[in-house]
Design a protein around this ligand. Structure first.
Ligand code: HEM
Length: 423
């Protein structure tokens, strides 16, 4: 059942969340491909509740400020890379997303050459496999032809579908960062992060069944669910700035007025920068990076507005359609941050939360994602003007990126210039 209206999505998935918080059955992927640790795939049961407790305790609004220093530090690395490095700009955005999630979840410092880092390699390989095998086409193929899972690794594409290989990669993804952090905890070197916080709250208590196991699993999910979504949102922001220079200029004027030019913006400046917050909300709405959300399923049969919803029905919250509601968002394809401001320039109550899902399944990383995108946006706009690339005759090149498809979407690489601001 595809739900195109925010009101109906809220009525079913928020107000009747007791009945609409289950997921499609993925047991064949869970057992054979080792996806049993992924919070997103778990049924609405006690194991899922334990994951949510860990993620809620460590990523709730009040907990996020503990990770601000990591975000600020990685944002300055991003600025430096955009300024001096010869690598394409989108690689720096990708590294920022990987570094902030690894730093926040495992207090893991991404080295200059991340490809030599065992944690980074394990997480990239694991996440790529989850997104590939978990895609609609692949799940349908594996369902229809179960023998696919025995495709030898040496056969063309075999690495991508061989179940034994995937199972092993999932284990490496879960264990590698945990083992490294454990050694650092023993040596007294570990800093504030989701995992140390969760171990401090839950380990050795009766609050969770097998706390260590749950924490390891929830942390690996946080990486898989958080890295690409946050990075993709920043790619959308950069595209929006290139295409809408007047929006960029207005945000920069606000930054200059509030922050001045002698320092970079920090989280303490947030309340004084409503236009920047409106740009962030419009970025989330304009091109939602999880455009059809993640399906919930009905635990029991239900009747809604005279319609029978059979037990097990998958409810797809069509985030894309909700973001295009012309009554709530007139001219929805235009990028207009002003739609989130009232006549006095104050922020409205519309936080665009629907892009993070609904009800009991709402994204537990949303406060962190907001902070991570906000600080990168603020510091980039304070330091650079993002402009269209120029061709060999000096004419601006109109960006028209293709869009990546799958559960998450993002603009594929397009050329643009980060010009240092003369302020
Ligand atoms: C802009 C960035 C992000 C967007 C747009 C986003 C969006 C979403 C959406 C739409 C869902 C499905 C919710 C539902 O079923 O109704 C979800 C689930 C989830 N997200 Fe995010 N997310 C983002 C960042 C993050 C981050 C940074 C983390 C962790 C650090 C995270 C962790 C999770 C987890 C663990 C789930 C599964 C929840 C469950 O099934 O109970 N996400 N996210």
């Amino acid at each position: 059942m595809v739900v195109n209206s925010e009101r109906i999505a809220q009525e079913l998935l928020d107000k009747r969340s007791r009945n609409y918080s289950d997921r499609i059955d993925m047991s064949y992927l869970i057992e054979q491909y080792g996806f049993g640790f992924i919070t997103t795939f778990l049924h609405h049961n006690n194991s899922w509740r334990d994951h949510r407790r860990v993620l809620h305790q460590t990523l709730r609004t009040g907990a996020i400020s503990a990770y601000w220093p990591t975000l600020v530090r990685r944002a300055s690395t991003l600025l430096q890379s955009l300024h001096t490095s010869r690598e394409p700009w989108w690689e720096h955005i990708e590294m920022y997303a990987a570094a902030i999630v690894l730093g926040t979840v495992y207090d893991h410092e991404l080295p200059v050459k991340p490809e030599d880092d065992p944690t980074y390699r394990a997480m990239v390989e694991g996440t790529d496999l989850i997104f590939f095998i978990g895609s609609l086409g692949m799940t349908a193929l594996i369902n229809a032809i179960p023998l696919v899972r025995y495709t030898p690794k040496w056969f063309a594409g075999g690495r991508w579908v061989n179940a034994a290989h995937c199972l092993q990669s999932m284990g490496t993804m879960i264990d590698t960062p945990y083992n490294i952090l454990q050694n650092r905890i023993v040596a007294g070197e570990a800093g504030a992060c989701v995992m140390t916080e969760a171990l401090a709250i839950f380990q050795g208590t009766t609050k969770l069944d097998d706390a260590e196991h749950v924490i390891k699993d929830a942390c690996s999910t946080a990486y898989a669910a958080g890295k690409d979504t946050t990075g993709s949102t920043l790619l959308v922001f950069i595209l929006a700035m290139v295409l809408h220079p007047h929006v960029q200029k207005t945000a920069q004027e606000e930054l200059d007025m509030v922050v001045g030019t002698g320092r970079l913006p920090t989280f303490n400046d947030t309340p004084a920068l409503p236009y920047l917050e409106a740009v962030l909300r419009e970025t989330l709405r304009w091109r939602p990076v999880v455009p059809i959300g993640v399906p919930h399923t009905a635990t029991n049969e239900d009747i809604y507005e005279g319609y029978r919803v059979p037990k097990g029905t998958a409810i797809i919250p069509n985030v894309w359609a909700i973001s295009r509601d012309p009554e709530k968002y007139p001219s929805p394809d235009d990028f207009k941050p002003e739609r989130f401001l009232d006549a006095d320039g104050k922020l409205t109550n519309d936080t665009c939360e629907f892009v993070f899902g609904f009800g009991r399944r709402i994204c537990p990383g949303r406060h962190f994602a907001h902070a991570a995108v906000w600080i990168a946006m603020a510091q980039i706009l304070a330091t650079f003007t993002i402009e269209k690339a120029k061709d060999s005759s000096g004419h601006p090149v109109e960006p028209a990126p293709e869009w990546g498809t799958g559960i998450t979407t993002y603009p594929k690489p397009f050329p643009c210039n980060f010009v240092p601001r003369q302020t």
